[in-house]
Design a protein around this ligand. Structure first.
Ligand SMILES: *Cc1c(COP(=O)(O)O)cnc(C)c1O
Length: 454
């Protein structure tokens, strides 16, 4: 007699597949939910000693919970950074879920790890990083940045034994992603906060900041962004990267969102990533994979492993005994241990659709951002805040204040037209659209822009 939690229920399994089939078959609706606690169902008593009927509980989820979620994979989701997982990546995510894969170690999952590593090597090669670069897929850019900066800090400590560890710093731009500040906070080190030029961090900015700083020798690394989240701006990767090489500094490139432009006509802007000691890009952003997935790549993965591998008696079997023999444990390259083989859906999608499909999907958003910018420029009453960068457009409706932007955003969502949220730019609230889904249409853009004149 099987334990009830491990017995197979054919009818309910069909219901789950039916639910998933329905989500896959249709273009994701934006879905209109409510954030108001009064509109959300009362969950009291749902968790009980005897359990509940799964069909009813699935229905409850569908009708009362999923309905209060804005679907991030809709072509109408244009806020923050959207997520547009390909059909095959979603399907394969179900395979991963049901396959009993622990992506922690080579011993447990060599077959999954070689495939994930193929995807990482492919990304490293695109980025111009040398052969032998590698790392692991982690949960997101924040965790990728933290892991990479941990290694950068430890390398910096070894290079600068004369500086007290708590005095070591990373040079970062005032426009770096919030997760960089948080990573430094966790690591207990301060930033050298550099004021960029029109939001772009350049070698000249850095040299000036170092020249004005009383203790430039405490700076052990540089963090550059290849595609700021708010505006899609790519830092001076070439200048900052070559400066790092010349001065023996760790060079980290945060490409969580914009690293995917390696697949676009703008890949030249990203060529300086080839200098990176560590680089991250989120397949769950602009590489069309499901949440949650970040590719974390080191130029010298063995250094990362030296600082990050966890040691324990029961883990010794993972690390082998023979120095010449190398077993690749993804757990050794980040701050995690147990992990989902979350790189596999991206790998499967890349293999099945091919690179050209990725290139055209990425390019589609860049092109639409350009056309949107042209349309804004040509419309009296609208103006660009700055030129469209990668797939982000910032613009203003002349004369609007905060309440108008917020009401506009709310109406678009309520009417199921689009999810567009304003942002803050140089102390002003402005409109922002981030394109990512290749099926977002020009007609939708027209409708969104027109709605500013209703
Ligand atoms: C989104 C983003 C991050 C954080 O990534 P998560 O996957 O959300 O943790 C870091 N840096 C940049 C530039 C981003 O756009």
């Amino acid at each position: 007699m099987r334990h009830p939690m491990f017995s197979y229920d054919e009818a309910f399994t069909d219901s789950i597949f039916e639910y998933c089939r329905d989500r896959l078959e249709h273009d994701a609706p934006l879905d209109f939910g409510s954030h108001s606690p009064v509109a959300l169902p009362d969950l009291t008593g749902l968790i009980s000693a005897e359990g509940r009927d799964p069909e009813e509980t699935l229905e409850f989820f569908r009708d009362h919970l999923a309905s209060h979620v804005i679907s991030i994979d809709s072509p109408r989701f244009l806020a923050f950074i959207p997520n547009a997982p390909t059909k095959n990546s979603l399907l394969f995510d179900m395979v991963v879920a049901c396959s009993g894969l622990n992506g922690t170690s080579w011993l447990e999952s060599a077959g999954a790890v070689v495939a994930e590593n193929q995807a990482l090597e492919f990304l490293a090669e695109r980025a111009g990083m040398p052969q032998g670069s590698g790392g692991a897929f982690v949960s997101g850019g924040s965790s990728g940045n933290l892991s990479a900066l941990t290694v950068g800090r430890d390398v910096g400590r070894a290079r600068r034994p004369e500086v007290a560890p708590h005095e070591l710093r990373f040079a970062i731009s005032a426009d770096a992603h919030s997760s960089i500040g948080k990573a430094l906070h966790v690591l207990g080190i301060d930033p050298l906060l550099v004021e960029p030029d029109d939001h772009r961090f350049t070698r000249v900015n850095l040299e000036k900041a170092l020249a004005a700083d009383p203790r430039p020798e405490t700076v052990i690394g540089i963090v550059a962004t290849s595609g700021t989240t708010n505006a899609g701006i790519v830092d001076d990767l070439e200048g900052l990267g070559s400066f790092a090489r010349e001065h023996d500094l760790w060079f980290h490139v945060d490409g969580a969102y914009g690293g995917a432009a390696l697949f676009s006509s703008q890949r030249e802007l990203l060529s300086g990533i080839r200098h990176a000691d560590s680089f991250i890009v989120d397949p769950h952003k602009w590489l069309f994979g499901p949440l949650d997935c970040c590719a974390l790549i080191y130029r010298d993965p063995f250094t990362a492993r030296r600082y990050l591998a966890q040691q324990a008696g029961y883990l010794d079997v993972l690390h082998g005994g023979d120095d010449d023999h190398y077993d690749w444990n993804p757990s050794d390259y980040a701050i995690h241990l147990s992990r989902r083989a979350r790189g596999l859906p991206f790998w499967f999608s890349l293999v099945t659709y091919g690179v050209a499909a990725y290139e055209s999907a990425t390019q589609a958003s860049i092109d639409l951002a350009q056309r949107t910018a042209e349309r804004i420029t040509a419309t009296p009453g609208l103006e660009l805040v700055r030129p469209a960068s990668l797939s982000v457009v910032l613009f203003r409706r002349t004369g609007w204040g905060e309440s108008q932007y917020l009401a506009w955003s709310e109406t678009l969502l309520r009417e199921q037209v689009a999810f567009v949220t304003p942002t803050r730019w140089e102390d002003e609230m402005v409109a922002r659209i981030a394109f990512l889904h290749p099926d977002t249409s020009d007609e939708l853009v027209d409708q969104i822009l027109d709605s500013m004149f209703d």
